[in-house]
Design a protein around this ligand. Structure first.
Ligand code: SF4
Length: 299
């Protein structure tokens, strides 16, 4: 195949994948929502969850987005250094977003600062947002697509504390984010917590945290224990689905961390809503692909 045909094939696949990923939730999220519905004992919470599932059923049936806010597109890429088509990835992803905006359709959400005009196709300055990780010696390309809606972005925060504030500042930041705007972000949430040394690395880690599969744990026992305690604590707030009274404000709390400066504790909190449209697709060197987390789905 020529380079242009390869790029076209990749673009078409990604356009279709965006259609799937904003229509259907990944299996782990869907199963968690079912589990949390069963754990609710109030009639109103059952009604809210049933409305969620009915919405998801209709979205799949009609092939339409499962939330009207299809957000801005983020791509988190793990690129093997020997994957042969790295050059065409960014331009093809931009084109796939343009096409999906028309074909799915995605809501036109993208406004450039200083122009204050909707671009109309969900591309814009540094948008879609693309983040690269290099995998030394690898031959594959893994792309996680995320639809970042406004409601679930609003509770996000990042702050640097003094060591004298202690690790209690981490807990305070998480509870403040969820109890403040988190209740408006269509709970149950997945809360990503980034622990680092300044605002920027903590913010990036918080994003990577909530993109992790449900059921995964921080690799350090202390981190895993903090995830468990934060999840348990948030689920004792009496907040349930849609911010109404209930038993589960969150599906999970995930923490990602890097070493910190001796003199700083940086904490970022990022929240994802019940409509957690996080999709993973893996490409081999021959551009064949595999969908991860959507049982039975084909593009
Ligand atoms: S918070 Fe999530 S489910 Fe609620 S409107 Fe925003 S994108 Fe949709």
């Amino acid at each position: 195949m020529t380079d242009s045909r390869i790029a076209e094939s990749f673009t078409v696949t990604m356009e279709k994948f965006l259609g799937l990923a904003c229509t259907r939730l990944p299996d782990d999220v869907y199963e968690k929502l079912k589990e949390l519905r069963e754990a609710e004992d109030g009639a109103l919470q059952k009604v809210v969850y049933d409305a969620y599932f009915e919405n998801l059923r209709r979205a799949a049936e009609l092939g339409r987005p499962c939330c009207q806010d299809t957000g801005l597109l983020h791509f988190y890429i793990k690129a093997g250094t020997s994957f042969p088509y790295l050059d065409m990835v960014e331009s093809s992803l931009r084109e796939a977003v343009r096409r999906a905006t028309r074909s799915v359709p995605l809501r036109q959400n993208t406004v450039n600062y200083f122009e204050e005009r909707n671009t109309g196709d969900n591309t814009g300055e540094r948008m879609p947002w693309i983040n690269w990780d290099i995998v030394p010696g690898g031959g594959d390309l893994e792309i996680t697509a995320y639809f970042a809606g406004a409601g679930c972005c609003l509770p996000g925060r990042s702050r640097v504390f003094k060591p004298s504030d202690g690790y209690a500042a981490i807990v305070q930041s998480v509870f403040d984010a969820v109890a403040d705007l988190g209740v408006n972000a269509c709970p149950p949430l997945i809360v990503g917590v980034g622990l680092g040394h300044n605002v920027e690395n903590a913010a990036l880690l918080s994003k990577k945290a909530y993109l992790r599969p449900l059921g995964s744990r921080h690799p350090h026992p202390g981190g895993a224990e903090l995830e468990r305690q934060l999840t348990g604590g948030l689920n004792k707030l009496g907040i349930g689905a849609q911010g109404l009274r209930g038993n589960s404000a969150v599906m999970a709390v995930h923490i990602e961390s890097s070493a910190r400066h001796t003199a700083t504790i940086a904490v970022a909190v990022n929240t994802a809503c019940y409509a957690h449209r996080r999709g993973l697709i893996k490409f081999k060197k021959d551009l064949s692909h595999e969908l991860a987390g959507y049982k039975g789905a084909v593009l």
